[in-house]
Write a protein that binds this ligand. Structure first.
Ligand SMILES: NC(=O)c1ccc[n+]([C@@H]2O[C@H](COP(=O)([O-])OP(=O)(O)OC[C@H]3O[C@@H](n4cnc5c(N)ncnc54)[C@H](O)[C@@H]3O)[C@@H](O)[C@H]2O)c1
Length: 354
């Protein structure tokens, strides 16, 4: 088992990492602890968790519907009511078990309850392991606008255990892979499309890239917790990706977050090629490769105003200007270049670029 430190927060990675949850409440000198589990996959994730943590079997379990469409403030009101009713206080530790939506919602619920109570994350999707559980961002959506209400607060610990990946559907594995690949694009100057492709063929390689993603995210968020500069690079693919995700949600056909980010990376590689002098070969290789694994996001010209509307609402915008993350090479990003709306529209009109 390996441990990466995200400032004060240990991220334990490897087989049996989850067993540490059995002792953490005692070590944190908390009066008691409760489990917050996503209801959607509870039958798949709670039994293996409790099998490995016998001391926690008698602890109260709260369930939350954490589908993306329910990632709203209202969904948390009954949970907070229950926490008040059950006398939870600042010495109660919350153990969040679930995918990225549950980690975001559970982290948010705990971080504002009584001005903040301690919590740990047990991520159960690849995406939550590689990304959502690391770095201390918690939040919910406001209607269709993603993650616009939230807090910065790190968990007491994160336990990344591959046991949960055994039941994860292929589409969700692909989604998590997208965030792992994003980290190769933005933070690994040695990366190549071939070296990324290996992770699709070998478990060991996937595990290496997962470790890389966690360690680099911890490092980046450690130097820039509140996203003043470097942390912005983690949003590569997200300006367009969030817009695609929001449109899909509005249509009632949600797509996994990482899949939307993969489509967004295609658009932001194109923009990078136009704006930063990104090597054409890298743009074309990246595009072919991403589209081979992730397909294309279908939308019509009539959807472009909606997509532009979502991008104009992006919480990273400054004074109404939109700042997608641009890549000039593997491991080299620009995060401070505003892109004119006309160019974003042109990118959408040119998508899927062949
Ligand atoms: N806070 C951050 O820094 C950050 C970073 C990236 C993404 N996010 C957020 O993460 C969310 C996406 O997370 P996600 O991709 O994990 O989606 P998710 O939480 O919706 O989980 C995906 C699906 O997998 C199911 N599931 C969970 N664990 C399972 C398991 N072990 N076996 C089988 N099924 C399981 C869930 O019930 C769900 O249906 C988005 O809301 C995104 O905004 C946050």
């Amino acid at each position: 088992m390996e441990c990466v430190l995200d400032q004060g927060c240990p991220i334990h990675i490897g087989e049996n990492a989850v067993q540490l949850a059995d002792e953490i409440p005692l070590r944190q000198s908390c009066r008691n602890c409760v489990i917050l589990c996503e209801s959607n996959a509870a039958n798949l994730i709670l039994p293996p968790f409790l099998d490995r943590c016998p001391n926690l079997r008698k602890q109260p379990v709260y369930y939350l519907d954490s589908s993306e469409s329910r990632k709203q403030m209202e969904s948390l009101l009954p949970l907070w009511d229950a926490w008040v009713r059950d006398g939870m206080d600042r010495q109660t530790l919350v153990i969040n078990i679930g995918g990225g939506v549950l980690c975001d919602m559970g982290g948010f619920a705990a971080s504002v309850f009584k001005r903040g109570i301690p919590f740990i994350h047990v991520p159960t999707t690849l995406l939550a392991m590689a990304d959502a559980s690391v770095g201390g961002k918690n939040g919910v959506n406001l209607h269709e606008t993603k993650n616009i209400l939230g807090t910065f607060r790190r968990p007491e610990a994160v336990l990344v255990d591959p046991v949960f990946l055994q039941t994860l559907p292929r589409q969700e594995l692909l989604s998590g892979m997208a965030e792992i690949i994003k980290m190769q694009f933005i933070a690994n100057a040695e990366a190549s499309i071939e070296s990324i492709e290996e992770a699709f063929r070998s478990k060991e390689r996937l595990s290496e890239l997962l470790h890389f993603a966690i360690a680099r995210k911890a490092e980046i968020t450690g130097t820039d917790f509140e996203e003043a500069n470097l942390r912005k690079t983690l949003n590569f693919g997200h300006t367009f990706g969030h817009a695609f995700e929001a449109l899909a949600l509005k249509r009632g056909e949600p797509i996994p977050h990482g899949i939307a980010v993969a489509h967004g990376m295609v658009c932001e590689l194109y923009l990078s090629w136009l704006m930063t002098g990104l090597d054409r070969e890298l743009f074309e290789q990246g595009l072919d490769w991403l589209q081979k694994h992730y397909g294309i996001f279908a939308f019509s010209p009539e959807d472009i105003p909606d997509l532009m509307g979502y991008m104009k609402n992006d919480k990273k915008n400054i004074e109404g200007k939109i700042y997608p993350i641009l890549l000039s090479a593997f491991g080299k990003c620009r995060f401070d270049q505003a892109v004119p709306e006309s160019l974003l529209e042109k990118t959408l009109a040119a998508y899927p670029f062949f």
